[in-house]
Design a protein. Structure first.
Ligand SMILES: Nc1ncnc2c1ncn2[C@@H]1O[C@H](COP(=O)(O)OP(=O)(O)OP(=O)(O)O)[C@@H](O)[C@H]1O
Ligand SMILES: [Mg+2]
Length: 330
């Protein structure tokens, strides 16, 4: 069109004004057409996303509140697992008729090899899954008879793998209790031994932690997660390998903080290092989906069973580690 117009001007059939006019017209036509292409691509992309979104929304959650679900209210709860059978997949049983109780205010520890189903216990108590047989009760009432929201608000958890949000440290800690005052936050930071770390940061509590907390070390993440759980101050506390990524000095300090925090709370502790659970009121040894031994530390050592074997193996490792250090030091 422009070439034709140019020839027209050269032959004297058109004026320069006509040429400019044609140029303006073509621009007015092509620019919106171009834009239409862009809009079309965007709409196609969005439709695909909307499809996925509706698929997700139409998924029915496996765990639903009962019609007549009640609010759970308890200050000092007793927990019981009654003959719990559970499997993620039908062909692989994880828990096989597990029964135990946690009296009000007591600290019960669970030990067992990796994959024994320890974290699964926590997930069941939190009602992420329902057991296939048997039930879990709090103060004698099946947890399935309460609303999930009220149940979960009563449980503070330091999970094995901490989930942090890509925002500031402060907000990540405050997530435990959005209504907490600044003093309360300062207090839990001190209890979780985060103080020196926070002070060393240029932006202090306003530091962003990165996607899933990738800018923090494993131990720092764990301490944020401990601070968060302490802030929640729930009557039931669960610690799943809560101090596994800490050095032994911080571990000892945090354990004493946790011991204080757990006072008056019913707590379940999962630990690989047995030295961290010596003071538990009861220790359960989990194997093949059932409890093979239970009792206090001293009682289990006297029995000379699974627990005693584990304990001796870990003591030997510790001795070797410390003698290695001595050799290096000398
Ligand atoms: N969502 C899941 N779907 C299928 N299988 C699972 C799922 N979660 C865990 N499992 C399996 O269930 C078993 C118990 O897992 P669980 O996390 O309870 O072990 P654990 O005792 O906490 O181990 P660790 O000490 O290593 O943390 C494991 O063998 C694991 O492979
Ligand atoms: Mg686990």
């Amino acid at each position: 069109m422009m070439a034709n117009a140019a020839f027209g001007v050269m032959n004297g059939e058109m004026t320069i004004g006509d040429f400019v006019l044609i140029n303006a017209f073509t621009m007015q036509i092509f620019m919106p057409l171009n834009f239409l292409g862009f809009v079309y691509r965007e709409i196609r992309g969005s439709l695909a996303n909307i499809d996925k979104l509706f698929d997700l929304l139409s998924q029915a959650p496996a765990i639903k509140d009962a019609e007549d679900a009640t609010e759970l209210t308890c200050a000092n709860p007793a927990i019981r697992f009654n003959n719990v059978h559970f499997a993620y997949n039908e062909n692989r049983q994880i828990l096989n008729g597990l029964s135990f109780g946690v009296p009000p205010g007591a600290k019960v520890a669970v030990v067992g090899e990796s994959g024994a189903g320890k974290s699964t216990l926590m997930k069941l108590l939190f009602r992420f899954y329902d057991p296939q047989r048997g039930n879990i009760t709090i103060d004698g009432n099946n947890i399935a008879s309460h609303t999930q929201q009220s149940l979960r608000s009563h449980i503070g958890i330091v999970p094995q793998d901490t989930v942090l949000f890509n925002t500031t440290l402060l907000e990540n800690i405050r997530y435990g209790n959005p209504d907490a005052s600044d003093e309360e936050i300062e207090q839990v930071i001190r209890l979780a031994h985060l103080g020196t770390f926070v002070e060393s940061l240029p932006d202090k509590l306003e530091t962003t932690v990165g996607e899933r907390g990738l800018k923090l070390s494993g131990g720092e993440k764990q301490r944020v997660s401990i601070a968060r759980a302490l802030l929640k101050g729930a009557p039931i506390m669960i610690f799943d390998e809560a101090t596994s990524s800490l050095d032994s000095t911080s571990e000892r300090a945090i354990l004493s903080a946790l011991r204080n925090a757990a006072k008056g709370h019913t707590s379940l502790v999962i630990a690989h290092r047995l030295s961290t659970i010596i003071d538990a009121d009861k220790i359960l040894v989990l194997k093949n989906g059932t409890i093979v031994e239970e009792g206090t530390h001293t009682y289990l050592l006297e029995q000379g069973g699974e627990y005693a074997t584990l304990w001796q193996a870990q003591q030997r490792e510790d001795d070797e580690a410390s003698s290695d250090k001595d050799v290096k030091g000398s």
